[in-house]
Design a protein around this ligand. Structure first.
Ligand code: PEP
Length: 252
């Protein structure tokens, strides 16, 4: 049985005091984690050090929303793997559709960052997913196949087993339009099949594939009980302790 992994992507929300309030709320609601479930919070960079302090002794883990692949130097505004590790991060979201859309991140760029993440001992949460236009053109499978192949290029089977893939149909992100459990399962199965082709079935069975896109407490259970859906990447509903905790508990 694969672990169910629920990650909360706070995006550009919550200042320092709001971050503390949310983390304290989550700590009290998720003082113990159900068996076989992991919960990760990914606050903005400026709240990570505080989050690390507040999460001491809590089973909730810490991740970041992005990272640059160089170690250090003249890269204004960027943050390295070493920096993220120093503030207690274990995970990094890479290639979120908002980064692809607003910051023009390509599969190749995401791949370079994923390799650096893994070489640094961090776990990447690599996001893929089609736009509404692509779904309507019936090219979802092609788009996702290209993204998975591009993002995973040159990554070893050993590293892939540790990595997390998040399937996030762009049309479902922040729109309230959730994919049906069957639509999501179909693409998750495709992704697991691609990993099996690239790395063999034993490796594919171990990889955690999250669904993301308008996951809420009332739809989480059905989605996460699909055979190839191993958790959720949550945006809007992770900004309140009640709803994020409810999604985590729905995974049990
Ligand atoms: C996301 O941003 O990764 C996401 C899935 O957002 P939401 O849950 O708000 O759709």
């Amino acid at each position: 049985m694969r672990t169910k992994v629920i990650a909360g992507n706070w995006k550009m929300n919550k200042d320092l005091s709001e971050s503390a309030e949310l983390i304290n709320g989550l700590k009290s609601k998720l003082a113990t984690m159900p068996n076989g479930v992991k919960a990760i919070v990914c606050p903005p960079f400026v709240s990570l050090a505080l989050a690390k302090e507040l999460l001491k002794g809590s089973p909730i883990e810490l991740g970041a929303q992005n990272m640059y692949f160089e170690d250090e130097g003249a890269f204004t505004g960027e943050v390295s793997a070493k920096m993220l590790k120093s503030v207690g991060c274990k995970y990094v979201i890479l290639g979120h559709s908002e980064r692809r859309q607003y910051f023009k991140e390509s599969d190749e760029f995401i791949n370079t960052k994923a390799k650096k993440t893994l070489a640094s001992g961090l776990i990447p949460i690599i996001c893929v997913g089609e736009t509404l236009q692509e779904r309507e053109k019936n090219i979802t499978n092609q788009v996702v196949t290209t993204q998975v192949a591009g993002c995973l290029k040159g990554i070893s089977a050993f590293d892939i087993e540790k990595s997390i893939i998040a399937y996030e149909p762009v049309w479902a992100i922040g729109t309230g339009k959730v994919a049906t459990p069957q639509q999501a399962q179909d693409v998750h199965k495709l992704i697991r099949g691609l990993i099996a082709q690239l790395y063999g079935p034993a490796t594919a069975e171990k990889v955690v594939i999250q669904y993301g896109g308008s996951v809420k407490p009332d739809n989480a259970k059905e989605l996460m009980h699909q055979p190839d859906i191993d958790g959720a990447l949550v945006g809007g509903a992770c900004l309140k302790a009640d709803s994020f905790a409810a999604i985590v508990l729905a995974a049990a």
